[in-house]
Design a protein around this ligand. Structure first.
Ligand code: ADP
Ligand code: MG
Length: 336
């Protein structure tokens, strides 16, 4: 690893063992896992609670449904197919367009109906799913990149990961798809992680494959001066997932649709630890701070406000920070 053990300690970096034993085991009751380990269930409970999600178009659970899927697909010009029990971007097929020659993937590559059917067959047979269990395929509405993000996203919609501890959003990261990640914003697929200031949604630092970078490898755009729009809306959406799931240690993935704004994409009961590298900050000090609060703040607003105040890394009075972005992003300011 390129960061010394001493530095990891100084930053209060949470390691895998401690995360599993002291946070996931303590705050995420096992019986609640199915709610988030299955994207279909997550979507349904989120919808029931009034949280915005990408529209569900079809659910495919048997081979005979795949044989007769063509007319249903014909009605859709764009869609996304994913395994309900997938993770890490595996098995996600993003289709941007279709015509007589076939279906266009986010990379621009064209595939045929047979490829789509084979993909669906693979999904329901469990190829991409946790433990190889048989699965169902979700076909959902394509989320289109918000114009505010167009200059930084490449071949896919960025997503925002927020870690929510006991209902408080404590750390955030923007993930950008790259050529390598094939339209998916998953770090293991080669996407970029950009750490975000909880107080403002402004970028702090960026990593790809756990290595620090300053520019988007495909577009050359600098990653240091990004402000995520709708920042407080995102924090509130993530914080509400605590009430909805009762999971105390949660990773919320949110995307921003061109027309609909922030949408909840998925929830994770075992969120990864790289977010700390992207933020150049450890989770431990923030987890400890939340645990030290005597009384749980039942109000969503109070929790979001608390997090924004205590975990802000930018001084709102100042426009420049040592080592940070040199100026405020006009785009972000207009929209947050
Ligand atoms: N409906 C969608 N529209 C556009 N892109 C999507 C959609 N669903 C997923 N993606 C892309 O795929 C990535 C992974 O999707 P997600 O649902 O979080 O599954 P996983 O559990 O595999 O991470 C997202 O970060 C996004 O970049
Ligand atoms: Mg995800």
């Amino acid at each position: 690893m390129f960061i010394s053990a001493r530095r990891l300690r100084d930053l209060g970096i949470l390691g895998m063992n401690k995360r599993n034993v002291e946070y996931i085991n303590r705050f995420n009751p096992r019986r609640l896992y199915p709610l988030v380990d299955n994207k279909l269930r997550t979507k349904l409970i989120a919808q029931k609670a009034g949280l915005p999600v990408p529209d569900l178009l079809h659910v495919v659970s048997a081979q005979y449904e795949i044989e007769s899927i063509e007319p249903s697909l014909r009605e859709l010009s764009e869609f996304v197919i994913k395994p309900a029990q997938g993770s890490g971007g595996k098995g996600i097929l993003v289709i941007l367009d279709q015509d007589d020659d076939g279906y266009t993937k986010s990379s621009g590559v064209k595939i045929g109906l047979l490829d789509v059917k084979r993909h669906l067959t693979n999904i329901i047979s469990g190829l991409h799913s946790l433990g190889g269990r048989t699965d169902v395929a979700i076909i959902e509405a394509l989320v289109r990149v918000n114009p505010l993000f167009e200059h930084i996203s490449h071949e896919g919609v960025p997503d925002i990961r927020l870690i929510v501890f006991k209902g408080y959003p404590i750390m955030g990261m923007l993930r950008l798809a790259t050529k390598a990640s094939d339209g998916k914003a998953n770090l293991h697929q080669g996407a970029i992680g950009v750490g975000l200031d909880i107080g403002s949604g402004r970028s702090l630092a960026a990593v790809q494959h756990d290595r620090r970078i300053t520019h988007h490898p495909d577009t050359g755009v600098p990653l240091t001066d990004i402000t995520v729009p709708y920042w407080t809306v995102l924090l509130r959406l993530a914080a509400r997932c605590y009430e909805v799931t009762q999971l105390g240690y949660l990773g919320c993935d949110i995307v921003i649709d061109e027309h609909r704004g922030p949408l909840l994409l998925e929830l994770n009961a075992r969120p990864g630890l790289s977010i700390q590298i992207a933020n150049d900050q450890g989770l431990l000090p923030r987890l400890n701070q939340i645990e030290s609060i005597d009384e749980f703040a039942p109000s969503l607003d109070a929790r979001v406000e608390y997090a924004m105040r205590h975990f802000a890394q930018y001084d709102p009075q100042q426009t420049t920070q040592p080592g940070g972005p040199k100026s405020r992003s006009a785009r972000g300011e207009a929209s947050t």
